[in-house]
Write a protein that binds this ligand. Structure first.
Ligand code: AMP
Length: 141
């Protein structure tokens, strides 16, 4: 797969971005099509197309920067009451730009943002079965 994305150009300074945070590992900027005002993207500077390619330490740093940005959003003029983190990993999950990024989405009452989902209530035995399967996968690494 072609590793080029628009985020690589933004990180290299070849494409414009409204930057809110910059350090040697991580860049954060406003989403060009915000779902709410102040919607941010936090991206690692090294290319990782998906979670499997992302150094876990860097993944931790994305979350840390996201935490700081969430606090900043609350006290900035964005003035939100809440924040959602969202990360799409894979086409089926809605990923469109194949350079890992954490969405930091400021929330205010009635802002219209929401995830569509159909929650179910499976029996405990089904939950336990899947828990065992996932534990097994973790053990196999
Ligand atoms: P995802 O669906 O999780 O891959 O999200 C990709 C996000 O990148 C979308 O919310 C886009 O609006 C955003 N995006 C795409 N191009 C740009 C850009 N040049 N600057 C800022 N955000 C962008």
């Amino acid at each position: 797969m072609n590793p080029y994305t628009i985020f690589a150009d933004i990180i290299a300074g070849r494409a414009p971005a409204s930057v809110v945070y910059d350090d040697p590992d991580v860049l954060a900027f406003l989403d060009i099509r915000p779902v709410t005002p102040g919607h941010l993207l936090v991206v690692p500077k090294v290319v990782a197309r998906n979670l499997a390619e992302l150094d876990p330490a860097l993944g931790g740093k994305l979350f840390q920067v996201g935490q700081r940005l969430a606090a900043a959003l609350r006290s900035s003029e964005v003035g939100c009451d809440g924040v959602n983190f969202f990360l799409a990993d894979g086409v089926t999950a809605g990923q469109e730009v194949f350079h890992v990024h954490l969405h930091v989405i400021p929330r205010t009452p009635g802002d219209g943002f929401g995830l569509r989902a159909r929650a179910t209530s499976p029996p405990r035995a089904d939950l336990d079965y899947l828990a065992g399967s996932i534990r097994g996968a973790l053990t196999r690494g």
